[in-house]
Design a protein around this ligand. Structure first.
Ligand SMILES: NC(=O)c1ccc[n+]([C@@H]2O[C@H](COP(=O)([O-])OP(=O)(O)OC[C@H]3O[C@@H](n4cnc5c(N)ncnc54)[C@H](O)[C@@H]3O)[C@@H](O)[C@H]2O)c1
Length: 415
């Protein structure tokens, strides 16, 4: 049996994924509102496919619970899928992880061998230098009494279920044979190749992945700024024609080498910063990574300047922002570029802003205190605004040029 701690995008997907493989899974969630929603058979966020998996497994293979003692007593695997948000100086904040491990240890009443697995994104060397000493300080003998491993997750929000079930690879960062064997058994039914690597390598692979994607995005954005400065360049056409080269054609990686208004969401911003912080404390100053972060940090201001070039200097002009979620297909607004752009416009005195998103309006209003008014649909924004800004590439904005003659700032180069 498996206990999954933290039922967010990653944890709920992981719990239901293991349930789909036929395992019995307990799900523990500290946020009682989120817990109640899941217990009632509903998703707390938008994720196609995950809703059906929840209905299939709830009360069968998947048991949401608040009873740590029962869950831990019965489980051989404890998976941590809690948040690892921005901490001090850009470092990953591990307090949720430590808290969840402490709750696990408090619930252990026997000497059964269990493996504790971190699926949350944690910087390379965290397991070796911080988690193992943390367990040892609590009197746990690793790995004789308990195993510890990491199993980073690569899913994309909006595609969580599909990316988990049809993963390209499973990465298992392990240092003892018993845990390795147990983890291989856990994934036996998945038909996805599993690669066992050292603890540090497992953690590193996740950051290698996210920083590489961030690097592609920042370079594409830098090129778009350079093209803008030169003038007379059709940026969208240039990138689309670049992608016709055979070498770019084998997959969705193209979507990362495409300009926009900066990467956002829960992972890329915090993970690039956390990795930069950990490398600096290891005595290495990665110049490219530093520039990737700086380029991204500059994008909201550059984008606001681009919008103001079209809006003009009358600060009462009504600006319509289309798209608030960080990516199409998701209602997640954490670190969304749209929020940074609105904030930047507000800072420059442009407060007459109307906004619309197909799914993320409620989330956005919960998270951000900014000067703007939400509209019920796209048409209301088209009616009220004098200029339009596409901040998220939702398919419903694709035909905007046929729906309005008002000026459009296409921050996603989608038209
Ligand atoms: N969201 C993604 O696309 C994605 C992809 C890959 C990896 N990750 C990583 O996975 C981790 C989780 O990300 P997420 O997006 O699922 O986060 P999330 O914020 O949606 O979910 C984390 C959940 O953990 C719960 N939690 C925290 N402490 C707890 C405790 N002690 N007991 C029970 N529940 C607890 C929180 O209430 C929250 O619901 C992060 O490290 C993230 O970087 C995220």
């Amino acid at each position: 049996m498996v206990t999954v701690v933290g039922l967010g995008f990653v944890g709920l997907t992981t719990a239901l994924g293991f349930a789909e493989y036929g395992h019995k899974v307990y799900g523990i969630e500290a946020n009682l509102e989120r817990f109640g929603t899941i217990l009632g058979g509903k998703l707390p966020f938008l994720e196609p496919g995950l809703d059906e998996a929840l209905l299939r497994h709830l009360g069968n293979n998947f048991i949401p619970t608040t009873d740590w003692d029962e869950a831990i007593k019965n489980s051989e695997y404890v998976y941590y899928c809690v948040g690892t948000p921005y901490g001090e100086d850009g470092q990953a904040d591990l307090s949720f992880l430590y808290g969840a491990i402490e709750q696990t240890l408090a619930a252990i009443r026997d000497d059964k061998f269990r493996v504790l697995v971190t699926k949350s994104t944690i910087p390379p060397s965290t397991t070796e230098r911080r988690l193992i000493p943390f367990l040892q300080d609590h009197g746990v003998k690793v790995p004789d009494q308990m195993g510890i491993a990491n199993n980073p997750e690569f899913l994309r929000e909006g595609h969580c279920w599909d990316d988990f079930i049809h993963a390209d690879r499973i990465v298992l960062g392990v240092s003892d044979q018993r845990s390795e064997q147990m983890l291989k058994e856990l994934y036996q039914k998945s038909n996805v190749p599993a690669y066992c690597v050292s603890l540090n390598t497992g953690e590193f692979i996740k950051y290698l992945s996210n920083t590489s994607l961030a690097c592609l995005i920042s370079y594409a954005n830098e090129m778009s700024l350079a093209a803008d400065a030169i003038g007379g360049i059709d940026i969208a056409a240039a990138f689309r024609i670049l992608h016709m080269d055979k070498r770019w054609q084998s997959g969705s990686i193209r979507s990362y080498f495409y300009p926009g208004c900066g990467y956002g969401g829960y992972c890329l911003p915090k993970d690039t910063n956390a990795f930069y912080a950990v490398t600096k404390s290891a005595g290495f100053d990665g110049k490219i990574l530093k520039q990737v972060i700086e380029t991204n940090d500059a994008m909201p201001e550059k984008t606001a300047e681009r919008i103001i070039r079209v809006a003009g200097h009358d600060k009462n002009v009504c600006i319509g922002v289309l798209g608030l979620s960080f990516n199409p297909g998701s209602d997640d607004t954490r670190d969304a570029p749209s929020a940074k752009i609105i904030k930047e416009l507000n800072r420059k005195g442009y407060n007459n802003i109307v906004a619309y998103d197909p799914v993320a309006m409620e989330e956005f209003q919960k998270f951000y205190q900014l000067q703007y008014i939400c509209k019920k649909n796209c048409q209301q924004v088209l009616d009220d605004a004098e200029i339009l800004v596409i901040a998220t590439a939702w398919p419903e904005f694709k035909n905007l040029r046929n729906e309005t003659s008002k000026p459009i700032v296409d921050c996603r180069y989608m038209l």
